[in-house]
Ligand binder design. Sequence first.
Ligand code: 5AD
Ligand code: SF4
Length: 448
Amino acid sequence: MPGAPGPKGLHIATFGCQMNQYDSARIAGLLAREGYAQMDQPQGADLIVINTCSVRERAEQKVYSYLGGLRRLKAENPGLLIGVGGCVAQQEGARLLKQVPHLDFVFGTGSLERLPQLVAEAQKGRRQAFTEPRPPDRPQALAPAPAPGLKAMLTVMRGCDNYCSYCVVPYVRGREQSRPVAEVLEEAHALVDAGVREITLLGQNVNSYCDPEDGRDFAGLLHLVAGIKDLWRIRFATSHPKDLGPALMEAMATEAKVMEQIHLPAQAGSNRILKAMGRGYSREDYLALAAELRRRVPGVALGGDFIVGFPGESEADFAQSLSLLDEVRYDFIYSFKYSDRPFTRASSLDGKLDEETKSRRLVTLQERQREIGRQMHRQLIGRVEEVLVEGPAQKGQGRLTGRSRAGRVVNFAGGPELVGRLVAVRVAEGKQSSLLGSLEQRERSEAS
Ligand code: 5AD
Ligand code: SF4
């Protein structure tokens, strides 16, 4: 329609963790109120927001190279506004504006609700960085994501007080702050009313959740969320081993809606390294937790994070990480080469390892886990899994895809009418990162 102002185009580039994905959805919601419609591509956008991660050096480099790539777009369209939020924004603040001349504004991890104001002022030519430490964003100030799908994330706590020696998160995300139960429940109800059937509760350290008003713990929160009618599945991430107690295991064991899956980063298998990392548990503590989880929550899938090449990590220390994989038998792990981060204690430690050693250890660890993952998948052949059907499988062939209760990807042949339903699938084959099966029966999808 010539002459009629259409919606303005917004592109959000998201780097990093699920918390950032969640924040990006809120950013989209906030800016939708200002007349911005989301676009998949930066080309042609009126506003580009980059939600950044600084947990490892490479993640930070990706942000700078992405920003570099936008210089041309800005030259072609001087009206284009570019803003940077998230952890790099919090870490670098006004320095980013100095370093990147085509950047218009910077907003820190606690300043999401300032965004409309920053955009309005940037339109008037005011370049500014807002990174004041603030209380967590109030949900009423933040619109939920427009049109959530079958699955959604919900942040229940932010920040981290653990100060693991390698980690920048406490510096860029601030102190731990839990949202009140009532707020969490309100948001969960709104999601379910919009059609969401699976919610993942998020927090840097989700199991240290503590309601600021009545002190309710994470297990208590899970019980309440499980009471929401028409919500079928609850997952949560990430859990810290030192805060995993019997109440949470009990909630996992007794609440049918809480899925049998836990992401429980060990980071290393050697007590010497765990101590230097400041993790607050020993290898033996961790193994005892994993064994207890397996005993109390049958079929539970464990996920982990590992860092290889922490300063001073010897071959013998590294061998302990490998043997931890063998003993725990994770479904999947995320693994990283140690990377120096600003402000952290580890960055000033002696005994830094060269890139080659770190790369070699990473490959060895990942190969060992790949084999374990294959074995774990093979053990599932013949079993019937409850699957929430999400849509057509990526590799097509008329297959559908969804996830089992333990979070494994399951592909099977079936018609589009099954999308959004809970079905039973018998596993026939275990692939590297997914299971292949056949439809056994359609289950009741009205579980309340
Ligand atoms: N170097 C490498 N990996 C890191 N992680 C956090 N900080 C660093 C670092 N400095 C990893 C941890 C954490 C995950 C989110 O990122 O494994 O669990
Ligand atoms: Fe970082 Fe440790 Fe906090 Fe996790 S628990 S966010 S690794 S400081």
